[in-house]
Design a protein around this ligand. Structure first.
Ligand SMILES: *[C@@H]1O[C@H](CO)[C@@H](O)[C@H](O)[C@H]1NC(C)=O
Ligand SMILES: *[C@@H]1O[C@H](CO)[C@@H](O)[C@H](O)[C@H]1NC(C)=O
Ligand SMILES: *[C@@H]1O[C@H](CO)[C@@H](O)[C@H](O)[C@H]1NC(C)=O
Ligand SMILES: *[C@@H]1O[C@H](CO)[C@@H](O)[C@H](O)[C@H]1NC(C)=O
Ligand SMILES: *[C@@H]1O[C@H](CO)[C@@H](O)[C@H](O)[C@H]1NC(C)=O
Ligand SMILES: *[C@@H]1O[C@H](CO)[C@@H](O)[C@H](O)[C@H]1NC(C)=O
Ligand SMILES: *[C@@H]1O[C@H](CO)[C@@H](O)[C@H](O)[C@H]1NC(C)=O
Length: 624
């Protein structure tokens, strides 16, 4: 074989490789909320038994036979006992994802009250359900979908209960898609694209979950019939073809060929009315393909596309891409003031024709909690053993239009780039754990109230951020010394009373009281060293041996050694010389014996106390 032939073969192989465009993203996760076994649906999709949720309970719709697929019949709901906020947290590689939820009520709880709740993705509210739902939605359920970036290794889909209504979810699908799709290069990765209509013109609903037709992104496409304007619906014709359409399934959008194989056309204005929510920006994608073989040259079918009475573009499909080829363009409608978005195709030459329209709300990402503070709060949740009813799930502060975790108050940081924790208020909550030393990462903490719980352990060294003004840890079982770090100059109120704290109180802390703040250290048997508390034993200084103490101990060791040596010298040398024994009188020995017994008893008692002490609590004077 000549090298020329080999080269041509290689080129051919390369061409083949690059023209096939197999979809390179294969991460996906299908969760059957409320389901207890893995199931495969009629479209060969495997749904995982319910997982990755933070709480809640499972139930079944009231009329299971009314639903086609097994994953639609079971659901998860989050009653008040699970807390106000609950999440699915799905571990995934960072990237861009298509997320679809199935939400259903169907009177599963027999209360005939469809619930009010919000749903968020990655800390941004995307869906709001308000009671009462439209009757068909309440009975049949509804699919909602969006495109979002995941940047922290997990997709957080959270539900927030309004009043005490339990949020519900029937199923959750997550599929990885091309990060550059839908003009991400221009729009940026700071928006979530929430689907407000994805129409396949002249077709019935199709796509993953609805038919065996594939769509690499998982998009399902609905019929345009219901969204055509009344005035035009009478003169619309559906057209379709089985010819191959070129330019489909191409990166980054991977629009499926089936989309372009059907279309609607009309002898006059073709109009669509898309439902929207006011005040957002909307990203519109228009899809065309010339599938009428009688159009054979430029200028035979020309029309203008208008969005909300604005002329957006003149379209001549043939002049753009020729026949049987996909042509798409997109347009952003800003700051809508109406709840209907009008799309009109006005004929210039021949009849207008369109294959599909997509409409996405551009929802800007809400700001979320600073990542290191999320880490700290998760550690606090763990160490304080926060009960499930408090709903410490998902992001501690975000979304901004929900309350933060119960007992937590947040505010934006200086640059307004992230939310930070400013207050923790968990007095009298029956908490039984300890304070994680990760609390030192909460650098904007102003106020901490953990009073009247059953918290124990030592106070972490990191407690005492510069920002800290109020600290109430009273009536717990905290032990050990007060950390030196607790000397923030902003402290105004320090309540450490009724604990088991020990050792010398740092002088700077005591000066809080001197400088007009309030401080209460009472009810700690082991604290010492400032006015109103007992004097510390000479050598203790906030739980450590003082410098003086160390010198004193060093000195006494030296002195004792000298004495021992001297006595040994006297006994050994002098005895050799004078050879007599020294013996105390009888009385003296018995007193010495009595004293020894007493000493023995006392030291046994002390030992016993100390060993019990050692069981319950770490030694406060151990190495730090
Ligand atoms: C369902 O499938 C997942 C992943 O394949 C597996 O880890 C899990 O054990 C299965 N669960 C059940 C209940 O079969
Ligand atoms: C269903 O999926 C499995 C792998 O997930 C595959 O092996 C099988 O061929 C598929 N069946 C059909 C009918 O597509
Ligand atoms: C989808 O394809 C599978 C296997 O080819 C078939 O069994 C099933 O009936 C099809 N489902 C629908 C809704 O067409
Ligand atoms: C539909 O027609 C009516 C009267 O024929 C007109 O008032 C209305 O503006 C038209 N609507 C649209 C969307 O063109
Ligand atoms: C609509 O805008 C296009 C350019 O985008 C222009 O060519 C066309 O003439 C305009 N149509 C009308 C009716 O003004
Ligand atoms: C959006 O429109 C409203 C009135 O409809 C106006 O008050 C507001 O300034 C507009 N915002 C932007 C960003 O254009
Ligand atoms: C801390 O919370 C308790 C309620 O559990 C309250 O009684 C107390 O006054 C609070 N402390 C401060 C300093 O506000």
């Amino acid at each position: 074989m000549s090298s020329h032939v080999v080269f041509s073969l290689l080129l051919l192989l390369l061409l083949l490789f690059f023209s096939v465009h197999s979809f390179p993203y294969d991460v996906s996760c299908y969760i059957d909320s409320g389901g207890s076994t893995n199931i495969t649906d009629p479209f060969n999709t495997t749904w995982l038994a319910d997982r990755f949720f933070s709480g809640g309970s499972t139930s079944v719709v009231s009329e299971p036979l009314h639903f086609r697929y097994p994953q639609e019949k079971t659901l998860r709901y989050f009653p008040a006992s699970s807390g106000k906020k609950n999440c699915y947290t799905v571990p995934l590689p960072n990237g861009r994802y298509y997320v679809r939820t199935f939400t259903v009520y169907d009177n599963y709880d027999g209360k005939s009250h469809s619930p009010s709740f919000d749903a968020s993705i990655e800390g941004t509210v995307v869906f709001s359900w308000r009671s009462p739902w439209q009757e068909n939605l309440a009975r049949d359920g509804a699919y909602s979908d969006l495109f979002s970036f995941v940047k922290d290794g997990e997709a957080d889909v959270c539900f927030y209960s309004i009043a005490t209504d339990p949020p519900v979810i029937g199923s959750l699908e997550i599929r990885q898609i091309d990060p550059l799709s839908y003009d991400a290069a221009t729009v940026g990765d700071n928006f979530i694209l929430v689907n407000y209509g994805r129409l396949s013109c002249g077709s019935v609903q199709w796509g993953p979950g609805f038919s065996n037709d594939s769509d690499d992104f998982g998009r399902s496409w609905q019929s345009d019939a219901e969204l055509r304007s009344e005035n035009t619906s009478k003169i619309v014709n559906s057209v379709s073809t089985r010819e191959t359409i070129s330019g489909t399934n191409q990166p980054p959008n991977y629009f499926p060929m089936k989309l372009y194989q059907t279309a609607v056309t009309g002898n006059g204005v073709l109009g669509f009315e898309l439902p929207v929510d006011a005040k957002l920006d909307y990203l519109l994608w228009f899809h065309f393909a010339e599938i009428d073989s009688s159009v054979t040259k430029t200028g035979q079918r020309v029309f203008d596309v208008w969005v909300n009475e604005k002329n957006v573009s003149r379209v001549d499909i043939y002049s753009q891409v020729g026949s049987f080829a996909a042509y798409s363009f997109h347009y952003t409608a800003h700051n809508l003031s109406n709840t209907v978005l009008n799309v009109k195709l006005l004929p210039v030459v021949g009849a207008p024709l369109i294959s599909g329209i997509e409409n996405y709300a551009l929802v800007p990402n809400d700001i979320s909690t600073a990542p290191e503070q999320v880490v700290a709060m998760r550690a606090m949740k763990e160490s304080l053993r926060i009960p499930g009813r408090m709903g410490w799930n998902g992001d501690p502060c975000a979304p901004t239009n929900w309350d933060a975790w119960e007992g937590v108050i947040c505010h934006p940081n200086k640059g307004e780039t992230a939310l930070v924790i400013s207050q923790i208020d968990l007095g009298s909550q029956g908490l039984k754990g300890f304070i994680s030393d990760q609390i030192s990462l909460l650098t904007d903490l102003v106020s901490v109230n953990l009073s009247s719980n059953f918290l124990e352990g030592t106070l972490p060294l990191g407690l005492g951020q510069k920002s800290l003004v109020r600290l109430d840890l009273s009536s717990n079982q905290f032990s050990g010394p007060i950390p030196e770090s607790l000397t923030s100059s902003s402290l105004q109120l320090v309540l450490l009373n009724d604990n088991l704290l020990e050792g010398q109180v740092p002088e700077e802390l005591y000066s809080v009281g001197v400088h007009g703040g309030a401080i209460d250290l009472s009810g700690n048997k082991g604290l010492c060293g400032v006015p109103s508390l007992p004097k510390c034993s000479l050598f203790w200084e906030s739980g450590h041996l003082s410098k003086g103490g160390k010198v004193a101990i060093g000195l006494s060791c030296f002195v004792i050694l000298c004495v021992v040596l001297a006595v040994a010298y006297i006994c050994y040398i002098k005895r050799g010389r004078y050879d007599y024994d020294f013996a105390p009188t009888h009385d003296l020995t018995s007193i010495a014996a009595k004293r020894n017994r007493y000493q023995r008893q006392k030291s046994l008692m002390v030992l016993e106390m100390e060993s019990q002490h050692a069981k319950g609590l770490p030694s406060p004077y151990g190495p730090h």
